[in-house]
Each structure stands twice: as structure tokens, then as C-alpha cells.
Design a protein around this ligand. Structure first.
Ligand SMILES: NC(=O)C1=CN([C@@H]2O[C@H](COP(=O)(O)OP(=O)(O)OC[C@H]3O[C@@H](n4cnc5c(N)ncnc54)[C@H](OP(=O)(O)O)[C@@H]3O)[C@@H](O)[C@H]2O)C=CC1
Ligand SMILES: O=C(O)[C@@H]1CCC=N1
Length: 276
């Protein structure tokens, strides 16, 4: 049985301190699993962000990736996928076999990440989602050729702080990304329409927010708790010739579910081709 890594002993550098990196390090700091002094972030240019992050979290924020990587035990790569090659190459000199690189980049394969590093370094590819901000990400991890079980454990420990973790095979990461990485956006898209409906009906915004959030929360709990299929769960709601049936008649006429499935397949295809 392997022991879980003590993150408190590690210095973690976030290369790219955008929305995904902030979601992760804010969770680590909130749970006191790392000390602010042991967290480094880098940005490209944003001086405003640099100041805000320093002030808000007490972490160091720099623009020098190489310096940050040099000081780190763990490097969390969180720039945009298009910047992966140039950014990794800019700090590759500082990478060693004892320095774990965890990538959160969509679409950049372990093979590519290792090739950009140009040497045998441990890499874990991950796919978190923005619910990490509230400790509720559903994250996938998969190990590169030089990553050990301890490296994978460390990545798991890190992501467990901000939610649940699934160790998967890399061949499944595109569909995982389409379902869980992009997933929060789909729900926000639907709840935007629910907000509009509530606003048109005259509900005060705060009350509407509560009604909508708890409706989604309740449906998620019921889905988790029940052995019933989604089809059975929504049939429970649909009274013959009733209210929900009126909505479903419209949804089915426009084949919304079919289009939604196709949309996720597009997302998965995009995840598979970003690195090309
Ligand atoms: N957003 C999401 O829901 C998810 C995103 N991801 C992945 O996370 C990664 C980051 O996405 P996200 O956080 O949304 O993006 P953001 O645009 O919010 O953040 C990107 C960050 O990278 C910084 N940056 C850009 N170039 C460099 C550079 N050369 N050196 C150092 N830092 C640099 C930017 O700095 P500056 O602030 O100065 O511009 C910014 O802080 C992507 O690869 C994405 O695929 C994965 C799962 C979910
Ligand atoms: O849209 C993207 O490319 C990233 C990956 C999953 C969520 N956001």
C-alpha cells in the first residue's frame, strides 16, 4: 500500500496562473496543504494579475518560468495548449528526473509533453475542471513513460484536494475532457436559460440563483443515489399531458439531446486534434 504524498514538503510552481491554476492553488492554500511561501506562480505579462495573486494568496508571482521551475519540486503546467512547446522548452534545462511535471493542458499528449522536455522527465497528464474553485473538480490523471507510482500518487493527492480523481488510460482522455473538463460549461449554459426564465417571471436574482442551484444539486444527488437510468428519472417527472411533457415535446422536436451528444463528440475530436 503506497502512502499519500505530503504536499506540505513540496514547492509547487504553477507555470501560467490563469483560471485553472488559480482554482487549484486556491484549493491547496485554503486547505493549508501547502504554505503560500511554497507556491510560485508565473504569468506572461499581466502585472495586475501578478499583484492581485500576491496580495490575495501571499504567493510569489513571477514572469520568469525558468526561475520558478528551478525552485520547484512539482511543476504544474497551466498555460494555453498552443504555448506548450515554447513554454516547456523555455524551462526544460531546469527539469530533472526528480521534478514532476503535471500538465493540465487539453489536447497535448504525454508523448508531446515528453518530447518538448527533450529528456526523460516524469510527466502526469491531467484534466481537471473549474469546479476545483469550490473543491468539486472531477479530475482525470494518467502517467507518462517516466512517471513512477509515487509521481502518480503525488498528482492524485494534489487533485484530491480540489475534488475527486480518476486514474485513466490516456486513450480515454479526449472523451473525459468532453464530458468532465468541458462539463461545467454545459450546465452553466442551461442555467443561463433558467436564469432568464426566472428573471422574466420576476424572481429576485438571489432567489432565482438559489432555486436554480438547488434544482441542479437535487437532480445530481438523486442521480447519484438511484440505480435508475436517466430516462427513468426524467420519466418520473413527466406527467402524461402535463407540464414537463410540454417542454420535452419541444426539446425532442428540435432533437436537443442528439445535438448535445454531437456537441460532446465535437469537443472530444477537438481534444484529440489540438496538438496536431
Ligand atoms: N478553463 C478550464 O475549464 C480548463 C482549462 N484547462 C487547461 O488549462 C490551461 C489553462 O487554461 P486557463 O486557465 O483557462 O487559461 P488562462 O488564459 O486563464 O490562463 C493562462 C495563463 O497562462 C499565462 N501564460 C501565457 N503564456 C505564458 C508564458 N509564456 N509563461 C508563463 N505564463 C504564461 C497567462 O498569463 P497572463 O495572465 O499574463 O496572460 C495566464 O495566466 C489550458 O491549457 C486548458 O486547456 C484544463 C481543464 C479545464
Ligand atoms: O475548452 C478547453 O479547451 C478547456 C479544456 C476543457 C475545458 N476547458
Amino acid at each position: 500500500m503506497m502512502t499519500k504524498t505530503n504536499l506540505q514538503q513540496k514547492t509547487i510552481a504553477f507555470i501560467g496562473s490563469g483560471s485553472m491554476a488559480e482554482a487549484i492553488f486556491s484549493g491547496l492554500l485554503r486547505h493549508e496543504l501547502v504554505k503560500p511561501a511554497n507556491v510560485l506562480g508565473t504569468v506572461k505579462t499581466s502585472a495586475d494579475k501578478q499583484e492581485r495573486l500576491k496580495k490575495q494568496y501571499g504567493i510569489q508571482v513571477k514572469t520568469d518560468n525558468k526561475e520558478a521551475v528551478k525552485a520547484a519540486d512539482v511543476v504544474v503546467l497551466a498555460v494555453k495548449p498552443k504555448d506548450a512547446e515554447a513554454v516547456i522548452q523555455s524551462f526544460a534545462e531546469e527539469l530533472t528526473k526528480d521534478k514532476l511535471v503535471i500538465s493540465v493542458l487539453a489536447g497535448i499528449s504525454l508523448n508531446n509533453l515528453e518530447a518538448f522536455a527533450g529528456k526523460e522527465v516524469p510527466v502526469v497528464r491531467s484534466m481537471p475542471n473549474t469546479s476545483a474553485h469550490v473543491g468539486a473538480s472531477t479530475t482525470a490523471i494518467c502517467a507518462g513513460s517516466y512517471a513512477t507510482d509515487e509521481d502518480l500518487d503525488l498528482a492524485e493527492s494534489l487533485f484530491q484536494v480540489v475534488g475527486s480523481v480518476h486514474t485513466i488510460s490516456e486513450e480515454d482522455i479526449d472523451s473525459f475532457t468532453a464530458i468532465a473538463g468541458s462539463g461545467p460549461a454545459y450546465f452553466y449554459y442551461f442555467l443561463e436559460a433558467m436564469e432568464q426564465m426566472a428573471a422574466e417571471a420576476g424572481f429576485p436574482p438571489e432567489e432565482a440563483k438559489n432555486i436554480i442551484a438547488h434544482t441542479i444539486e437535487g437532480a445530481a444527488y438523486r442521480y447519484l443515489d438511484s440505480d435508475k437510468k436517466p430516462h427513468e428519472l426524467y420519466q418520473e417527472v413527466l406527467s402524461p399531458n402535463g407540464v414537463t411533457e410540454a417542454a420535452f415535446t419541444h426539446l425532442e422536436k428540435h432533437r436537443v439531446q442528439k445535438h448535445f451528444l454531437e456537441a460532446m463528440k465535437e469537443a472530444s475530436r477537438r481534444s484529440g486534434s489540438i496538438g496536431d
